[in-house]
Design a binder for this molecule. Structure first.
Ligand SMILES: [Zn+2]
Ligand SMILES: [Zn+2]
Length: 363
């Protein structure tokens, strides 16, 4: 089968034929219909996100169950599924508390492997890893059954694919992690795939003021289309004072970091008012972040991480699709360009240049 494989950091991804083993116990094979081009995959290319190489990339996809291994009870061949990157076990302490995204058993196979610690992809006898369990830059993905989230068949798999990562990460950071309240003010740093979904999450939550901060005017234009009421180009003005100007000098109630740089990780703490919440969503910078602890202490501020939007995939993903069906969540508008798998490197370039809300590879 055809797959996009990363062999070396900071090198183009190679699209080639590789071998795939059938599913082992508890695993399923999904024929991938579409896969979004996500910044986290690009972070794997640059080494900002650690993953063993070589690796089949792709962390945002949907498809149809083709084959099931022994002991599989959660899905059957023919089911339409979104690929989740957390195989929540359902019974560890975090799953029991409703934090399926933090499942203790989800990474027991080690980074780049399935749950038993091995891979199902090979080339010339050498193993190829699975990126984020999902590895959807491939015609087929072999995943634990817990990663295959069944959805209604009347929703296009191209649209559903985006719910596998960016939509869930962004929208659920707002409604689950931060629990944004109606009538409040929200700032988001970064108007890429995640940031746009934070914006539409804030619209759904009833935020009154939604301020998008980015360095590129093209991305700020996307931000307005998704519901930003104000935009700030941080290459032209100091974003913190611009945010304060828009919020009675106080700062916003919530500030989301959706880029993953040290500067923006620090800025969100200064962008919120007393009792406000700063939420880190972008992949964490590989250098220490520093801020004056007094800002958090005296102002009773909250700094939170949001991993996959605190999502319970089996509950939240169908919930998001229901919001799409109701006309409340935008998915069609996110897909600005579609590609063939062979065009994956061009898709990364367009993403980095801010040319797309989301690029989608269709099979
Ligand atoms: Zn992603
Ligand atoms: Zn668990």
């Amino acid at each position: 089968m055809k797959a996009a494989v990363l062999y070396e950091l900071n090198h183009p991804v190679i699209v080639e034929d590789i071998e795939m083993e059938g599913p082992k116990e508890g695993e399923v094979v999904v024929k991938v219909a579409a896969t979004g081009v996500c910044h986290s995959c690009y972070h794997a290319v640059t080494g900002m996100l650690d993953t063993p190489l070589p690796v089949v990339l792709g962390d945002e996809g949907a498809g149809i169950v083709e084959e099931i291994g022994s002991g599989v009870t959660l899905v059957k061949p023919g089911d339409h599924v979104i690929l989740s990157w957390v195989p929540s076990c359902g019974h560890c302490i975090y799953c029991s508390q409703g934090y399926a995204n933090l499942c203790l058993n989800a990474r027991k196979g080690g980074r780049g492997n399935l749950l038993d610690g091995t891979t199902r992809y090979k080339k010339n006898g050498k193993s190829i890893h699975h990126f984020a369990m999902v590895a959807s830059f491939a015609e087929y993905s072999v995943i634990p059954q817990e990663c295959a989230i069944p959805i209604d068949k009347d929703i296009s798999l191209e649209k559903a694919a985006l719910v596998g990562c960016s939509v869930t990460t962004g929208v659920c950071a707002v409604i689950n992690t931060a629990e944004v309240r109606p009538g409040t003010s929200v700032v988001v740093f970064g108007a890429g795939g995640i940031g746009l979904n934070v914006i539409q999450g804030a619209v759904i939550a009833g935020a009154e003021k939604i301020i998008a901060v980015d360095l590129l005017d093209t991305k700020l234009e996307f931000a307005r289309q998704f519901g930003a009421t104000h935009t700030i180009n941080a290459s032209e003005v100091d974003p913190i004072s611009a945010i304060k100007d828009l919020t009675d000098g106080l700062g916003a109630d919530y500030a989301f970091e959706a880029i993953g740089t040290r500067t923006t990780y620090e800025q969100v703490i200064h962008a919120i008012r007393n009792r406000g919440k700063a939420i880190w969503i972008g992949a964490p910078p590989r250098e220490p972040v520093s801020f004056d602890a007094g800002v958090v202490f005296w102002g009773e501020k909250t700094v939170m991480g949001s991993n996959y939007g605190s999502a319970r995939p089996r509950y939240d993903m169908p919930r998001l699709l229901a919001l799409y069906k109701a006309g409340v969540l935008k998915l069609d508008e996110l897909i600005t360009r579609t590609y063939r798998l062979e065009e994956v490197n061009e898709a990364f370039t367009a993403m980095l240049n801010g040319e797309v809300a989301r690029g989608l590879i269709c099979f």
